[in-house]
Design a protein around this ligand. Structure first.
Ligand code: SF4
Length: 85
């Protein structure tokens, strides 16, 4: 059974709530588009906060100052990119 992700949007001024959901596969596609190259880079590590926020940590930043620890997403071009096998 696929997991569903719910998004609750409160629309002012009508104050009506819109509940939407995305399937797991659709959520993964959305995440990959939001992260750009980092989504499938060997050097990326996905970090999820206790509040559910998701960050991408670039492991190359630990040894090379040219790379930010938390790259601004989406990363569209990167000299360190290496596709995960
Ligand atoms: S090397 Fe580039 S593409 Fe890979 S995780 Fe770091 S910033 Fe993202």
């Amino acid at each position: 059974m696929s997991e569903l992700h719910f998004i609750l949007t409160i629309a002012a001024p009508t104050h009506c709530a819109i509940l939407a959901f995305m399937s797991d596969a659709r959520q993964q596609t959305h995440d990959a588009q939001a992260a750009g190259l980092c989504a499938d880079c060997l050097h990326s590590r996905r970090i999820e906060s206790a509040h559910g926020s998701v960050f991408i940590l670039c492991n190359l930043s630990l040894s090379d100052p040219r790379f930010p620890k938390y790259p601004r997403l989406p990363v569209l071009s990167c000299d360190g990119y290496k596709k995960k096998p």
